[in-house]
Write a protein that binds this ligand. Structure first.
Ligand code: MN
Length: 315
């Protein structure tokens, strides 16, 4: 099995512009840090629809959802193709809405396997068009994975076109069971998301607890929690990192992980051969007030994570 790098620079789901530059920012970071990483790992790009950002927003409860429906298909086709060819996709994505397409692709490639998801993020990303205050779809990917409208907490009335498109990206059946989700670092949530986290008893290891227990043992906890899953997807939103490191991401939040904690956590998770895909997302150099610090930090974490994937694949 070999690693396959995939660039998916769609930023249709974000509320601020610039995460489509995340991969370029990582490449620049590799030059700054004098690393040959991207000489070894060539990146296959999924064509995006970011030109649609110049068009008016027609669907306020789920902005640019028509484009995101199309992206879900492009992403899932690419991801499932590589997994079927026995490759390990490492995805560098623009905004986090794309992760819903990645999950769709994994499930399409492995329809008989039970997929667990470890979501390392400041946010729960469990909103739907019925609950989202902003309408930004990067807050909704996990709701598509567990096929959840959350009507118990309904606050918005989407148009019929939005509901139709939402039903399309949710798919006909649930791709991931809610009990197979595991959160690390989630610390900025809204009521409707908290309702689902309680309802489904989704574990969330916040940073103080992680600091106390150690990042590696939290990784162990997550893997144990998903003991009944055949395969695991790890999604790393860089806003899980503490905002004092860098604000080079769409929605930075204080009280996050240190670089070392994120690295240790990912290395522990990726030592489990059940992990089939890793995604890094929401690096936004346009918002980075310190230069390219977010991408440089993410690059160092990525390099160690990928080294662990190589080790696990070769053992
Ligand atoms: Mn996220």
């Amino acid at each position: 099995m070999k690693i396959k790098f995939i660039g998916n620079m769609s930023e249709l789901g974000a509320g601020t512009r610039g995460s489509s530059m995340g991969l370029d920012a990582l490449k620049i970071a590799s030059f700054t840090l004098n690393k040959q990483f991207f000489r070894k790992y060539k990146v296959e790009q999924i064509p995006n629809l970011n030109d649609r950002l110049f068009e008016d927003i027609k669907t306020n409860t789920a902005k640019r959802l028509d484009g995101i429906v199309e992206m879900y298909n492009r992403i899932s086709e690419t991801i499932s193709h590589h997994i079927k060819k026995n490759r390990f996709p490492v995805v560098i994505a623009g905004d986090h809405s794309n992760a819903g397409g990645t999950i769709k692709g994994i499930v399409e490639a492995l329809p008989d396997e039970r997929l667990g998801v470890i979501w390392i993020d400041a946010h729960a990303d469990l909103h739907s068009p019925y609950t989202s205050p902003s309408g930004n779809v990067h807050g909704m990917p996990l709701a598509t994975a567990i096929a959840e409208d959350n009507l118990e907490c309904q606050q918005k009335k989407p148009s019929s076109q939005t509901s139709e498109n939402w039903n399309i990206i949710k798919g006909e059946k649930q791709r991931v069971r809610p009990e197979d989700l595991f959160f690390v670092g989630v610390r900025s949530t809204e009521k409707p998301e908290e309702h689902l986290m309680e309802k489904y008893n989704i574990p969330n290891i916040k940073v103080p607890e992680l600091t106390q227990k150690g990042a590696a043992s939290v990784g162990e906890m997550a893997l144990n929690h998903l003991k009944d899953c055949d395969k695991i997807y790890v999604s790393f939103d860089v806003d899980s990192l503490d905002s004092s490191i860098s604000e080079g991401t769409g929605t930075p939040v204080p009280g996050g992980l240190s670089e070392e904690q994120a690295t240790q956590l990912l290395v522990r998770l990726l030592s489990d051969p059940r992990v089939v895909c890793l995604e890094f997302t929401e690096i936004n150099p346009v918002l980075d007030t310190k230069g390219n610090v977010m991408a440089e930090t993410a690059f160092r974490i990525l390099e160690k994570a990928v080294a662990q994937i190589e080790k696990t694949l070769n053992s």
